[in-house]
Design a protein around this ligand. Sequence first.
Ligand SMILES: [Zn+2]
Length: 110
Amino acid sequence: MFCPKCGTQNHDNNFRCTGCGHVLQGAAPAPAPARPARSDKSRVAYILLGLFLGMLGIHNFYAGHSGRGIAQLLLTLLTGWLLIPLVVVALWVLIELVATDTDGMGLPMS
Ligand SMILES: [Zn+2]
């Protein structure tokens, strides 16, 4: 490309003009690659896992919400025999299945 300031011909990859040091248009570093717009996780699979294995937090492990999954797993395994926590976890899972449509990266599940 030609420098718009002094007219010196520069290599296209040059960031600055070799003649005058003018910063050349279009030679700026490329922007970081955009992250994918959608998750590769299926929301249907998320809901099915939640319905069948939700008490163990499996759907959250699937979607990448590991913290929530671990909490549900531990609540069920450690306090499930008390029955009340079991009901709490079940309600939690149901609410989650309705409300969650993004994975652990914050990407919408397809
Ligand atoms: Zn120049």
